[in-house]
Design a protein around this ligand. Structure first.
Ligand code: PMT
Length: 370
């Protein structure tokens, strides 16, 4: 198929998707907030670059009045962490995130792994006061300072979504609103987006019944009693990356997508394929099991460029498998991979290496166009 035909067919598929599925209730208010945010920065600091960071998983509801849904693993660590490093680089950040996933700054003290209560103590000398424990004060002061700076300077806009359809409506709207800033816009698509969904027209209105034959939509039961199965037919979500690149995003803006794989033998080839297919700027490939310690940049200049946290700076990860580091690298001609030895000093977040590289690439792109 010619690239022109691919573009047209994905445009048609995207248009049909938006026609047939309902927009999120918050879309209008989110659009108003984003318009005001972009305008504010365009007027007060004309050189300011704005990045749209997408983050977290997308749900696929099984019922219109949703009780059950399909979800994925993403907690939004990549997105929330990256947003902080973009802010450090001077970007204003629109943070389009899955509701209740990790947020920039508060991520250091939220969810079960970093419960904020563990950082606090009851004050002994005082009546009823609480304090931050001594050993955490330095870091908390740093996080608090950065958070206050971002807030006071209106540098961070938080916009939540829940379902894959909400996400796509929001992405289209926000990309379109970025047009006035042209090449100063960046898209950093770290959300884990579902490839399958149930179209609205085939979705059950009410909770799918577990025993009787209550299903009125596409999903339905088979069999009876304990052996009854729930059979779900999912349609593919159209690949919107092509439409984002070709029509939603401003011309000259920088578009960075992520490619997630679990099989090391596929990662680089799939990331290259995505860049070839969608003609954007960077694909960052990552493996589920090593994503906190290594990623690969695939750009149009060719070659795979690996970014890795050195062994001595790798923090532990419950879901990670350290011995898989290096397995996806096709050409071992780059830096030697340090898999052994060393004592872990302070953990280094891989996003602190990724974002400055992207910001440099963006600077070069903007300079080329001015
Ligand atoms: O949140 P964490 O736990 O920190 O995990 C971070 C992460 C692994 C989720 C993140 O680093 C990452 O890889 N995000 C992208 C995951 C993903 O959707 O990969 P994919 O291979 O399924 O899709 C590749 C690209 O196609 C993505 O840029 C996606 O935006 C795009 N896509 C996906 C579905 C769809 N229908 N249309 C698309 O265009």
């Amino acid at each position: 198929m010619s690239p022109h035909k691919t573009t047209e067919s994905s445009k048609d598929a995207a248009a049909e998707y938006f026609e047939k599925n309902p927009s999120p209730k918050a879309l209008n208010s989110h659009q108003a907030l984003a318009r005001e945010f972009i305008q504010y920065h365009a007027e007060t600091s004309p050189d300011r670059r704005i990045v749209l960071v997408t983050s977290g998983g997308t749900t696929v509801p099984l019922e219109n009045q949703t009780v059950r849904f399909i979800d994925n693993f993403s907690a939004g660590t990549r997105g929330a962490t990256s947003a902080e490093y973009f802010l450090k680089q001077g970007y204003a950040v629109i943070f389009l995130h899955r509701q209740f996933s990790l947020l920039p700054y508060s991520r250091h003290y939220s969810h079960s792994t970093n419960c904020f209560l563990d950082f606090m103590d009851e004050h002994q000398d005082d009546e009823g006061g609480v304090v931050v424990r001594k050993e955490y004060q330095e870091k908390m002061r740093r996080v608090l300072e950065e958070y206050h700076y971002a807030k006071q300077n209106r540098l961070l806009l938080l916009l939540p979504f829940v379902t894959v359809t909400d996400y796509l409506f929001e992405l289209r709207a926000l990309a379109t609103l970025m047009h006035p800033i042209g090449s100063r816009a960046m898209f950093y698509l770290a959300a884990a987006v579902s490839d399958f969904f149930i179209p609205r027209e085939r979705m059950d209105e009410h909770k799918i019944q577990s025993r009787d034959n209550g299903a009125d939509g596409e999903t339905g039961g088979q069999g009876s009693g304990a052996s009854r199965q729930l059979v779900i037919n999912l349609d593919p979500v159209p690949k919107f990356l092509n439409t984002l690149v070709q029509s939603w995003a401003p011309k000259g803006s920088m578009i960075v997508s992520f490619k997630l794989e679990t099989n090391p033998d596929l990662l680089v080839a799939k990331a290259e394929q995505a860049l070839e297919r969608y003609h954007h700027d960077v694909v960052i490939g990552n493996l589920l099991t090593t994503r906190k310690w290594e990623v690969v940049f695939i750009t149009r200049d060719g070659g795979e460029h690996w970014v890795r946290v050195p062994k001595t700076r790798r923090s532990k990860s419950f879901s990670g498998i350290e011995k898989m580091i290096g397995l996806a690298e096709r050409k071992h001609e780059q830096h030697p991979i340090d898999l052994e030895g060393g004592t872990v000093t302070e953990g280094l977040e891989i996003e602190s290496l990724i974002i400055p590289e992207l910001a440099d690439m963006h600077t070069k792109m903007v300079e080329k166009q001015t």
